[in-house]
Design a binder for this molecule. Structure first.
Ligand SMILES: Nc1ncnc2c1ncn2[C@@H]1O[C@H](COP(=O)(O)OP(=O)(O)O)[C@@H](O)[C@H]1O
Ligand SMILES: [Mg+2]
Length: 385
């Protein structure tokens, strides 16, 4: 089972490249499902056919689906929300406040995750391609399991991580009238936590960053790359889309080529050693299977398997140095001015800017104390004793 997420700023070509990848894989015999999690669905437009909220056949081996979030929220949360709200009222909350609190944050993201989980479990597909919403939402999507944990901790004063996921929830749920809450919570967390381990497995899941050679786009792509690494997701390929390949020497073309050349070099140095594929800017709109095939041909050579893992790097290692242990974690060379580290049990909590990430420590280190840390050249080194 392979899962590939296409992410990047709005309008850079995520939908186009995920559709082209899906077509190529389907042609090579992979049973492929392409799912759009972007509420501004454009997968239907890209394929030039109406896709439904359940897998819709596109051609041999290829199905497409545009998630209908509202319908999903109804499906997964209708009952949970009612029960949570009732629970809060019994705990002394005002009705309105209880309703408000019972609306979990990031339901759209969780709904998408559950859909993906359901499709993985179905065993009907070899490959799932996610045409994601713009970067910010993708980051929210992949950090959702952590956010849910935080939310539950606030709500029930228990953590889902560590000691058995369902145990504390089960206890709480049994204390409330109705099995509905427990059922709903079980569906919710069972799906999301199982999916998280799949998404974090670099042999199954890859993130592909799409960008254009422009200042803001490059900046956002690099920032997102830092976050993905921070969360432990594997970025295996970068698509640099809309490259002006015209050789004419009009002033406009010359200046476009010069500007782009600068950002292409920057992208290459910044993302290295992750491979980069350059995709030319085509004349006209890329709509319909025929046009998507043209993009596919420029993206992948005829024998190339687009589902391969193009790059996989070990980002974390532990060495023993004398009587100290050294934990090394690689991050992309994005500038980090300040960071904060804290150890809590077997977790090392790293805060960069307003993002908090916990690194689960190997057993050897969990029992020791961090005695110093250093962040340079994209490498975090923490000494333990
Ligand atoms: N290489 C390309 N050459 C020409 N047009 C492109 C190219 N890549 C994407 N487009 C067009 O740019 C627009 C935005 O692409 P899309 O894939 O929808 O971006 P995103 O999903 O990132 O918002 C679409 O109209 C698409 O047809
Ligand atoms: Mg799109």
């Amino acid at each position: 089972m392979r899962i590939i997420l296409y992410t990047g700023k709005g309008g850079v070509g995520k939908t186009t490249l995920s559709a082209a990848t899906a077509l190529t894989a389907a042609r090579q015999g992979y049973r492929t499902l392409i799912i759009s999690t972007d509420p501004a669905h454009s997968l239907s437009d890209s394929f030039d056919m109406q896709l439904q909220s359940e897998p819709t056949p596109i051609c041999d081996n290829l199905w497409g689906q545009e998630i209908n979030v509202l319908k999903d929220i109804q499906k997964y949360w209708g009952e949970l929300q009612t029960s949570l709200s009732a629970l809060l009222v019994t705990k002394g909350f005002d009705n309105v406040v209880a309703d408000e609190l019972a609306v979990m944050p990031g339901m759209e993201e969780v709904a998408s995750l559950l859909h993906v989980h359901e499709k993985i479990e179905s065993g009907l597909f070899d490959l799932i391609i996610l045409d994601c919403a713009p970067t910010g939402e993708t980051i929210r999507l992949i950090s959702m399991p952590d956010i849910i944990d935080w939310y539950i901790e606030k709500m029930f004063a228990v953590s889902l991580k560590g000691a058995g996921i369902f145990e504390p929830v089960l206890k709480t749920a049994l204390a409330i009238p109705g099995q509905a809450v427990f059922k709903a919570i079980q569906t919710l967390f069972g799906g999301v936590t199982a999916l998280q381990s799949t998404l974090l497995d670099p042999t199954q899941t890859s993130i592909r960053v799409v960008l254009n050679p422009e200042k803001m786009v490059l900046k956002e792509a690099l920032r997102s790359y830092t976050y993905f690494s921070l969360f432990g997701y594997n970025v295996d390929l970068v698509f640099l889309n809309r490259i002006v390949m015209e050789t004419g020497d009009s002033e406009l073309l010359k200046s476009m080529r010069t500007v782009q050349a600068g950002y292409i070099t920057q992208a290459e140095t910044s993302f290295s050693p992750v491979p980069i594929k350059q995709i030319p800017l085509f004349a006209g709109e890329i709509v319909g299977i025929e046009n998507l095939e043209r993009i596919a041909e420029s993206a992948f050579s005829s024998q190339e398997d687009p589902t391969q893992i193009y790059f996989q790097e070990k980002i974390q290692s532990v060495h023993k140095e004398g009587d100290e242990y050294l934990l090394t974690r690689r991050f992309p060379p994005f500038e980090i001015n300040r960071f904060d580290l804290r150890k809590k049990g077997d977790e090392l909590i790293l805060t960069i800017g307003n993002v908090r990430r916990s690194i689960i420590l190997p057993q050897t280190l969990a029992l020791l104390e961090p005695i110093g840390a250093d962040f340079s050249n994209g490498e975090l080194q923490v000494r333990f004793r």
